[in-house]
Design a binder for this molecule. Structure first.
Ligand SMILES: [Zn+2]
Length: 183
């Protein structure tokens, strides 16, 4: 735990549970720290991990838009696809799974998470900062935390944002691809 870390900056759609935040901080910090290993191999600068109800890691994935030549292959979507295949179901609700993401999900991933039956979402750097640092377009997501709350999905965000900023800055400084359609 970083010394300057405070719970007051956490974004959430339920009263802040400190032990959930501590656990998410640990997992998301570790993902941010190993980001470069993935981006060195052509991955986009985003990672996702899904843990089961007992806290065991089920899958860790990176964004593979460029490598797979597929605009849909964001880290969260890759993780969800793999776990659904593994569990043999398109509805993961009964497993009470937690998804940890290095950045706030984009508009596509917000939809994908909702349809998957994932019950808990934890993200690092907020979309606004992602857009500012990288130029990626995160789309529009009106009040998505509240929409998730109504559907019984907990969300915590702004976890270890300084590490997220650092990882994204490195990606840009290294001249790596910011993929988005021309408008
Ligand atoms: Zn996405």
């Amino acid at each position: 735990m970083k010394e300057d870390f405070t719970y007051k900056d956490i974004i959430s759609n339920e009263p802040v549970n400190k032990s959930k935040v501590d656990r998410a901080y640990e997992i998301i910090s570790a993902l941010q720290t190993e980001m470069k290993k993935f981006t060195d191999c052509g991955s986009g600068p985003f990672l996702a991990a899904i843990f089961d109800k007992s806290g065991n890691l089920i899958i860790k994935t990176s964004n593979s838009v460029v490598n797979d030549v597929c605009s849909h292959n964001h880290a969260e979507i890759n993780a969800i696809k793999e776990v659904e295949k593994m569990y043999g179901t398109y509805d993961l609700s009964e497993y009470d799974l937690s998804l940890y993401i290095t950045a706030e999900p984009c508009m596509m991933c917000v939809g994908a998470i909702l349809w998957s039956g994932i019950k808990h979402v934890y993200y690092g750097i907020p979309s606004e900062s992602v857009e500012k640092i990288t130029g990626f377009d995160e789309g529009f997501k009106p009040d998505w935390l509240e929409e998730f709350r109504k559907r019984g999905i907990t969300v915590y965000g702004n976890i270890a944002p300084e590490l997220g900023e650092q990882a994204l800055r490195e990606y840009i400084e290294n001249g790596l691809t910011v993929y988005k359609p021309e408008r």
